[in-house]
Design a binder for this molecule. Structure first.
Ligand code: GDP
Ligand code: CA
Length: 321
């Protein structure tokens, strides 16, 4: 039987590994739990940046240059909104706007956000299970030297310049996990955490009550892929945010942020010196080239990660026998 694979993923880094897995695995065996902490309303429309990045990437409709948004976009609606004096720092394209209109309309009709995410994915030809950790509203808020900011305000409007001092997931304590996300974690054979921002993309998923416990309890082999290469992010503030949360800004910090939740960690060859310290923490470590620049690297990293999971599983089975 084909292994059931569940991936926890943020936006750009998450989508890259998701594409690699999708190129290898039958869609019915693959579930992706995305991040809704970056969701925000713009111009009366509900925008879900990380979920859209996953969907557009898997649909091969993403703007490959930017890593987000749709390819061949125009921005005529945004220009119109600007004329009305609206804030237009969130660069929403015209076709992208259709996604947000559709999503908002269904939300107003009371359709579950996770059902909406799956229908948008299906409409774009994505057939794997795209899941939300919760159907409730959960928003990542950052306390910075410029006050409290929503994630997109920090990330897009302020270009990650403010210093982050504290991270909160508003609404998390009252949020209920979706049954689909819980089942995908409980029933998985292999549970992967994408090379996403541990603080801004993965922590909001883990903040949904029940999800962390499900990860602790699952029989799946659990592996995270570090988003750091040579101790630095490929793009974005994950290294600085780890440091702000009191973790080392290295693969050791990534591992520490997932303490108790992973059996293995995939790190880049440039971080190979961290291996003994990671192994001393009881982790299995795989060292490989983790930069995914094109389709080939995405598939190769996904393939190597699945083989790594297989070898951990086999070792566990032998130890039990
Ligand atoms: P966001 O929601 O769009 O910020 O995306 P994620 O949280 O999913 O991913 C952001 C992280 O992805 C950053 O910390 C990057 O360092 C990491 N990342 C992006 N591309 C790659 C890659 O090719 N390899 C690895 N290892 N990490 C990557
Ligand atoms: Ca994000």
């Amino acid at each position: 039987m084909k292994p059931r694979i569940t991936l926890l993923a943020g936006g750009v880094g998450g989508a890259k590994l998701a594409e690699g897995l999708a190129s290898l695995c039958p869609p019915e065996t693959l579930s992706i739990i995305g991040n809704v902490g970056d969701d925000q309303e713009f111009h009366g429309l509900w925008v879900s940046p990380d979920i859209d990045t996953l969907t557009y990437s898997l649909a091969n409709r993403i703007d490959r240059q930017q890593g987000w948004g749709l390819a061949d976009e125009s921005h005529r609606v945004l220009a119109g909104l600007e004329r009305f004096g609206c804030d237009t720092w969130m660069s929403l394209g015209d076709q992208d706007m259709a996604t947000h209109i559709f999503r908002t309309q269904l939300r107003r009709q009371g359709v579950r956000p996770s059902a909406i995410a799956q229908s948008i994915a299906e409409a774009l030809g994505v057939t794997l299970n795209l899941l939300l950790p919760t159907d409730d509203t959960l928003q990542t808020r950052l306390r910075t030297d410029q006050g409290w900011l929503a994630f997109q305000e920090y990330f897009v409007r302020e270009r990650c310049r403010p210093e982050v001092r504290e991270v909160r997931f508003e609404g998390a304590s009252e949020a209920r996990p979706t049954p689909e996300a819980m089942e995908a974690i409980e029933e998985a054979d292999i549970l992967l955490i994408a090379p996403s921002n541990p603080v801004a993309s993965i922590a909001p998923i883990l903040a949904v009550p029940g999800i962390r416990r499900a990860l602790e309890a699952t029989r799946a082999t659990r592996i995270a892929i570090s988003p750091l290469i040579g101790g630095h992010t490929v793009k974005g503030p994950a290294d600085r945010m780890l440091a702000a949360m009191g973790y080392p800004s290295s693969s050791l910090g990534v591992a520490a942020s997932y303490a108790g939740l992973i059996d293995g960690l995939v790190i880049d060859v440039s971080d190979g010196a961290d291996r003994p310290a990671l192994e001393a923490e009881g982790l299995q470590v795989m060292t490989t080239a983790t930069l995914m620049t094109g389709a080939e690297e995405k598939t190769r990293l996904a393939e190597e990660t699945l083989a790594f999971a297989g070898s951990i599983q086999q070792a566990q089975e032998e130890a039990e026998a």
